[in-house]
Design a protein around this ligand. Structure first.
Ligand code: ZN
Length: 112
């Protein structure tokens, strides 16, 4: 696979450390409404996560495999686009994660 500038930037920002946060972010938006790969990459970029399709799609597929997301194909002009929505299991997982994230944020920000 060809390495591009954004790949090395992505590596520098520690993909492993942030992959859980990105998963929760995807799940959050998939609860609110349908998400698709490119739109989600743009949304994550807006939050400062530079993510290539090679990283994003495995995250989406992983969440789908776990039963947190369900994907359907939707026509977008001439091409088909895969859109993802949270399942009831995904909603439940997000609610549980929110409690943990709130606790973590409390600790991280202690004494700041
Ligand atoms: Zn967002």
């Amino acid at each position: 696979m060809k390495r591009t500038k954004s790949d090395s930037e992505e590596a520098a920002q520690d993909r492993d450390l942030y992959s859980g946060l990105m998963r929760l972010h995807i799940l959050h938006h998939a609860v609110e409404g349908p998400v698709f790969g490119l739109g989600m990459a743009e949304e994550l970029a807006r939050h400062g996560y530079r993510i290539s399709p090679g990283t994003l799609y495995p995250l989406l597929h992983g969440l789908t495999k776990k039963g947190y997301l369900r994907s359907t194909e939707r026509r977008n002009g001439k091409s088909l686009r895969k859109v993802y929505r949270a399942t009831p299991l995904g909603r439940k997982a997000l609610l549980a994660a929110k409690v943990k994230v709130r606790e973590l944020i409390g600790e991280l920000m202690e004494g700041e």
